[in-house]
Ligand binder design. Structure first.
Ligand SMILES: [Zn+2]
Length: 274
C-alpha cells in the first residue's frame, strides 16, 4: 500500500504526504499534510485572540522556567549568537546607525542626565580609566597634540600674544586714584598688578570689607557708581615696589599739603625718604 486516501480532500496521496499518528492502525493521520496545514491555518485565524491570551498566560505562569531556558540557551550558544549578531550588524549597518541616531535624538535629555549621573557616581573609576588610557596611548596623544599645534600655529600664537598683552597691561606699575565724584575725596594707591588690585578693591567694597573704613563708609552711602578709577602716573615695569611706594607717599603728602580731600589717613613711614 503506497498510497492512501485523505479523509478530507478525498484525494489519493503518497504515504509520505501524511503526518504520523500512533493512535491509528497504520500509524498515519487520516488527513493529508496539506489538509492538516489548511485546518491549522484556519483554526489560528479563527482563534487569534484566544491563542494570544493562552500564550500570554503560559509565559506568565512559566516566567522563571522560560528565562532560565533563554539563559541556558545563551550560554550554550554564545559563539553562534555572536556570529549571528555580527552578521546582522554587517547587513543592516545603515538601518542600525539610523535607528541609533533617532534613538539618541529622541532621548537626548534622558541620555544627558544618565551620563551626568554616571560621571558623578563613577568619578574615580573614570579617572583611573582615563589615566590608563593616556598611558597606553601616550605616543598617539603626543603626536596628535603636535599635529594640532602645527595646524593651528597661527591661532595659538595669536592667542598667546593676546594673553601676554593682556597680562602685561594688567601688570603695569602705576599709582592710581579711586575718586568719589560727589564729594571729590580720593583714595590713592599703587600697584604692580593693576587689574588684580582694582578687582580686589571692587570686591572688598562690594562685600563691605574694605580695609579703608572711610572709603567703605562713603561707598555704602553713595553707591558703586559714585566712584571713578583712574591711573595717575605710570612707571617703568621694572621699578622696585619700594620705589613705587615712595612715589605714592610723595604724591599723597603733596595732595594733603594742597588741601585735597583724601581717604588715605596714614602713609608708610618706611617709604618716606629721610
Ligand atoms: Zn487532504
Amino acid at each position: 500500500m503506497k498510497e492512501k486516501k485523505c479523509s478530507s480532500c478525498k484525494k489519493s496521496k503518497l504515504l509520505c504526504e501524511f503526518n504520523k499518528n500512533k493512535s491509528k492502525k497504520d500509524n498515519l493521520a487520516t488527513e493529508c499534510k496539506a489538509c492538516c496545514a489548511d485546518y491549522s491555518k484556519q483554526y489560528r485565524a479563527q482563534n487569534k485572540d484566544a491563542i494570544v491570551l493562552k500564550k500570554k498566560q503560559y509565559s506568565e505562569k512559566n516566567k522563571e522556567k522560560i528565562s532560565e531556558y533563554h539563559r541556558q540557551y545563551r550560554i550554550e550558544n554564545k559563539e553562534k549568537i555572536a556570529e549571528y549578531r555580527k552578521q546582522y550588524r554587517e547587513k543592516n549597518k545603515e538601518k542600525m546607525s539610523e535607528y541609533h541616531r533617532q534613538y539618541c535624538e529622541k532621548n537626548k535629555e534622558r541620555l544627558k542626565e544618565h551620563r551626568r549621573q554616571y560621571r558623578i557616581e563613577n568619578k574615580e573609576k573614570i579617572a583611573e580609566h582615563l589615566k590608563q588610557w593616556r598611558e597606553i596611548n601616550k605616543d598617539a596623544i603626543s603626536l596628535k597634540k603636535k599635529k594640532y599645534r602645527e595646524k593651528y600655529k597661527e591661532t595659538i600664537n595669536k592667542k598667546n600674544r593676546a594673553y601676554l598683552q593682556n597680562k602685561r597691561a594688567n601688570m603695569k606699575s602705576v599709582i592710581y586714584e579711586i575718586k568719589n565724584k560727589i564729594n571729590n575725596r580720593s583714595y590713592i594707591g599703587c600697584t604692580t598688578q593693576l587689574g588684580r588690585r582694582w578687582r580686589e578693591h571692587k570686591g572688598s567694597l562690594e562685600r563691605g570689607k574694605h580695609e579703608n573704613g572711610l572709603l567703605q563708609k562713603d561707598y555704602n552711602k553713595y553707591g558703586k557708581d559714585a566712584f571713578v578709577y583712574s591711573i595717575l602716573k605710570e612707571h617703568r615695569k621694572d621699578i622696585q615696589f619700594q620705589d613705587l611706594e615712595k612715589e605714592e607717599t610723595k604724591l599723597i603728602l603733596g595732595k594733603k599739603q594742597n588741601g585735597e580731600k583724601l581717604y588715605n589717613i596714614s602713609v608708610k613711614i618706611s617709604s618716606i625718604e629721610i
